[in-house]
Design a protein around this ligand. Sequence first.
Ligand SMILES: Cc1cc2nc3c(=O)[nH]c(=O)nc-3n(C[C@H](O)[C@H](O)[C@H](O)COP(=O)(O)O)c2cc1C
Length: 213
Amino acid sequence: MSDTRAIEHPIWLMNGDSAPSTEPFRLFAEWFAQAKQVEPTDPDAMALATVDADGLPNCRMVLLKDFDERGFVFYTNLDSAKGKELRATPLAALVFHWKSLQRQVRLRGQVEPVTSEEADAYFASRARLSQIGAWASKQSAALESRFALEQACARYAAKFALGSVPRPENWSGFRLVPTVIEFWQDQPFRLHHRVEYRRASPRAAWTKTRLYP
Ligand SMILES: Cc1cc2nc3c(=O)[nH]c(=O)nc-3n(C[C@H](O)[C@H](O)[C@H](O)COP(=O)(O)O)c2cc1C
């Protein structure tokens, strides 16, 4: 594996305090494309932090399924712990860690539901057994036995034996609309590069700040 720490990326050479609206998305796209080439598994895996009704943070991995200047999209069961937490408090943080590149990207912002059309299109692209699984799994609820899950899968496989599997109403996606995006690159002796893009609202301009490591 090449030592990416030695490579000076143009991002670290910029020193302006404002940035075009597309800049952090362009950078993310570039880093993500590189991660897809070198990460052995799941370059699209990201930690998703939410907060529960008691204000206690909660964190788990999800997969990035789409991103553009509107935000970063993932899919889940709306009745899962994260689904309930996001519907009650639509604020979240995401973290990518690409070990092979020694890079981290952090995002924070408001979360909004994707449209039914987007969710339908993504659900339709999933493997049939994953679609059946979405019906069978009461995600995050207590499961009495593995057999109960297998029975539920068999029941829905029989129910939807013919034709396409519709999207369950409680299965959809969220889009995190970032107001903070931080890029981090490992450097020798823990003198890492950090650049934070911050904006007051999704329509405001980005301010770019270099941070102490
Ligand atoms: C690499 C990885 C990717 C995952 N992707 C998703 C995902 O996209 N959507 C999802 O609902 N759960 C995903 N999971 C499972 C979640 O981490 C979690 O176990 C599940 O969603 C229940 O979380 P909750 O109880 O906080 O709602 C993934 C787990 C791993 C390890």
